[in-house]
Design a protein around this ligand. Structure first.
Ligand SMILES: *Cc1c(COP(=O)(O)O)cnc(C)c1O
Length: 469
């Protein structure tokens, strides 16, 4: 499989190189040159497969030529064997023809484990083969950091530096990062906000001279491997609900348009997905596009669903590429307009095309809490605030009551106790068994000033398993 840039002016790469790449050299994002397409018979024959075996069938075309079948099967079995629930992504019914797909049974209790547990193992495999070392620098407002650290903790040839805003992540989230100890793991608390952290990561990708030749790898969802891993669970859920004989709809709590883009790809690969609901909080740039063809930056608002607090959705460019007939030149032009003016809209027929599949809703903090309370009252289930936004949007936007609706349950509620408490759920939430001693564990973290020189000097000093690069 070859991968091309959405802006049409960077070299095509194979899977191995795309895994190790960040942005393409033309500023675009990598996407498969030709998406694999499965027949209905093929998809039907996968019913009842264990998660890792389904994962092998769905993802095999993407890694072909870079990883052998035997190695890939083993990597997938290890990755998903480490999840706490033996069904890996179980469905829980909330209402008539309405389900939550629980994607929070991985080690860090959010859906990001599905991709980052795999990414770590893929990196390890490829770097050992190439006898190469890499450095990862990532910014997190919470979930990505812990999932990336958990995914890479056992990687021989990876040193990982995660930047989080000092005293601005929840205690559970911080401890999930800082209690994983290892000479290749470095938590840095920046005396600034999340955007400051993000800017430092971007600047480090733009000028890598401080790394003295060591390659820098991205762990946010611009990395293709993250999207790839997320395609699998759409197949998994749909197969259990009668696909491919029956269509299925999905509602996806979204910020960077990564998770929902994976659902869009599943549909283009042959899965009968009849509707995708974009569920946002009040940071609603995606809702503004889907409802009115207006994609523009606004100020950032802190919400009860912090993992979706974004101003711009980095993966949206991948959808725009398809909406423009995969014309890289047109995309480069569109994105340069966006860069210059902070806004874009597309031609009416392209937007109408997108609306055939996508609906959207922006959900306020009040409605998020009301949904958590309502679901708890009716079913006894406690939803996390991100998942609650997905449920609310599913209920408002649903097109057909006889089509099963699956809401992506993106995090365990114990990660977001504030929202659960605000919703008036009197019941104390317990950490799952593997994290029950989280508050007693030793923490390791370095606080640095909000200055890129300090961060880059720290990386250069510790980037080789705690030793200088
Ligand atoms: C990251 C995250 C999201 C948003 O996912 P995107 O792929 O960026 O759209 C939603 N919910 C939770 C809990 C997350 O951690």
């Amino acid at each position: 499989m070859r991968y091309i840039s959405t802006r049409g002016n960077a070299p095509a790469l194979n899977f191995e190189d795309v895994l190790l790449a960040g942005l393409a050299s033309d500023g675009g994002l990598y996407v498969p040159e030709n998406l694999p397409r499965f027949t209905q018979e093929e998809i039907a024959s996968w019913a009842g497969l264990p998660y890792h075996e389904l994962a092998f069938r769905v993802m095999r075309p993407f890694v072909e030529g870079s990883i052998s079948d035997t190695d890939f099967k083993q990597i997938l079995e290890e990755t998903y064997g480490a999840f706490a629930h033996s069904a890996v992504a179980p469905l829980r019914q909330l209402n008539a023809n309405e389900w939550v797909m629980e994607l929070f049974h991985g080690p860090t209790l959010a859906f990001k484990d599905f991709a980052l547990q795999l990414l770590g193992r893929l990196l390890d495999h490829i770097l050992l083969k190439r006898d190469e070392r890499v450095v990862i620098i990532g910014a997190t407002s919470g979930d990505t950091g812990s999932a990336a650290i958990e995914g890479c903790r056992r990687c021989e040839n990876v040193d990982i530096f995660i930047l989080h805003p000092h005293q601005r992540v929840s205690e559970v989230q911080r401890r999930q990062m800082t209690t994983i100890l290892g000479e290749n793991i470095h938590n840095i608390a920046i005396e600034g906000n999340f955007d400051d952290c993000q800017e430092m990561v971007k600047a480090s990708f733009a000028d890598q001279s401080f790394l003295k030749g060591t390659r820098l790898v991205a762990v946010n969802s611009i990395n293709w491997a993250r999207i790839m891993a997320q395609i699998v669970y759409y197949f998994h859920a749909a197969l259990q609900l009668g696909a491919p004989a029956r269509s299925v709809a999905f509602s996806v709590p979204t910020g960077n348009f990564g998770d929902i883009f994976a659902g869009y790809l599943a549909r283009n690969m042959g899965l009968p997905v009849s509707q995708l609901v974009v569920a946002t909080n009040r940071n609603d740039i995606l809702h503004r596009f889907m409802s009115g063809n207006q994609y523009f930056k606004e100020t950032l608002h802190a919400s009860l669903s912090p993992s979706m607090d974004i101003m711009v959705s980095s993966n949206f460019e991948r959808l725009l590429f398809d909406l423009h007939g995969r014309n890289g030149v047109a995309l480069a032009e569109l994105m340069s307009t966006f860069k210059a003016t902070g806004k874009l809209s597309v031609e009416e027929d392209r937007w109408v095309e997108a609306r055939k599949l996508f609906d959207s809703l922006a959900v306020s903090d009040e409605d998020t809490c009301a949904t958590i309370a309502d679901v708890f009252k009716r079913t006894g289930e406690v939803l996390d605030p991100h998942t609650a936004i997905g449920v609310k949007a599913a209920r408002e936007c649903r097109r057909n009551l006889s089509t099963p609706m699956v809401v992506l349950g993106t995090a365990h509620p114990v990660k977001f106790p504030d929202a659960v408490e605000k919703a008036g759920i009197g019941k104390a939430l317990e950490l799952p068994a593997h994290l029950s001693d989280l508050f007693q564990r030793e923490e390791r973290c370095t606080v640095l000033p909000n200055a890129i020189e300090a961060v880059q000097a720290f990386v250069a000093q510790h980037g080789n398993r705690g030793r200088p690069l």
